[in-house]
Design a protein around this ligand. Sequence first.
Ligand code: TXA
Ligand code: MG
Length: 342
Amino acid sequence: MTIIINMKESLNLRKIRIAARFIKEGKLVAFPTETVYGLGGDALNENSVKKIFLTKGRPADNPLIVHIASFEQLYELASTIPKEAKILAKRFWPGPLTFVLPKRDEVPSITTGGLDTVAVRMPANEIALSLIKLSKKPIAAPSANISGKPSPTSAEHVVDDFYGKIECIIDGGETEIGVESTVLDLTSKPPTLLRPGGLPLEEIERVIGKIKIHPAVKGRIVDVARAPGMKYRHYAPSAQVIVIEGKKDRVHEKIVELIDKYHCEGLKVGVMATGGFYDADAFIDLGRNSEEVARNLFKALRELDKKGVDIILAEGIEEKGLGLAVMNRLKKAAGYRTILLR
Ligand code: TXA
Ligand code: MG
């Protein structure tokens, strides 16, 4: 049975205490963060973490992010804390930024996918922070979706994937940011961006200067040593996604042409764009700027899937600000099937 706790209106500590007890008992609780919903369990309890992997169907070598509620908690997880971590945490925590740091022995190796580093962040969501504080545990939480599916930005998405399979879902309404946290490896010099996310690269660089960008961020990867999660198919709906990017008017023309082509083949076509209108079987306007697009992206992928389209044509956006994270997710959802028009 899954208990659904409604907390859309206001924080209710009495109810969070119920969920916190589940965490202490080694059970799983899905909860909102500012980025996406997480599937949480006690990060230091091997059995809880095992359940997370099994429930998601997640490959064992794809490490989890551990969530904390105070900077001091970082000392329980990481063996070395460089000055960049202190500076960045001061500026951006709680918030959508995850650090990869050398792990302490107390962190089970199952949590870190067998790596000797651990990923940690402090989420900017009162429900999440209270759950961590009341359970008195660091909480391991990957996005609360079945492995390979788009991440959940509402409790309904979590219900779709996990109802009946986990102990508890806390419904805190729709998440604000809509894409997962930015993952920054602080064990390299300079630090390396492993996954673009809710905190734009430009903002990090404004504080600590130039950082390296892992080649997987913008394209398909070959070297999987550092971010094992990158090698798996992600965010993918059942439909084939095709990303069309480049000059706005040429992109528009191309999408119109492709809708026609696929219709002639008897296929059902969905379009996701930023403004404009397309006469397809389903059309979703993702918004006017990269923040809006980020907020709507995963929901749109799930909605188009529910409509049963065969093909999703997605307009690309500029890889600036949250646009870098949006394009990274879109390209992965498309299995790197992109058309670039200059
Ligand atoms: O916004 C988020 O980060 C959400 C919410 C729930 O906090 N969580 C999330 O977790 O996106 P997940 O498990 O779906 O993504 C974890 C990412 C993966 O890309 C994984 O490869 C990377 O973090 N990661 C975790 N530990 C790592 C490590 N030790 N070294 C390198 N990458 C690591
Ligand atoms: Mg995920």
